[in-house]
Write a protein that binds this ligand. Sequence first.
Ligand code: FES
Length: 126
Amino acid sequence: MARREDEHVQLPIPNGWYAICWSRQLQDGEVQSVHYFGEDLVVFRTRSGQARVLDAYCSHLGAHLGEGGRVVGETIQCPYHAWQYDGETGVCAKIPYCEQIPKKALVRRSRCLTLPRLAASQRLRA
Ligand code: FES
């Protein structure tokens, strides 16, 4: 019997969605450092209210974005030389002292899903 190609794919972690923080714990403009899946990540909420997750380390010289980084509009700004990374794509959106942004200036991003809050009447009761 022939095997399906994807039967023996071994991922380092299960493929799926994981909760890494409660939405109510992340205020507009707030930045948090978290460690999940063996990686340092930075979680932040943009000024328009979108929750975002990026790799914690700046692609310039490796500063930790969660340690002194700040939200600027829809980006997170590195605390070291102020490069700004777009929260949705991880791409460097602005370098304050440079007009040309290098193509490799990006940090890995994770898709972020914010679930709607349930009203008290919708919650499960044990
Ligand atoms: S280390 Fe982040 S901008 Fe230089």
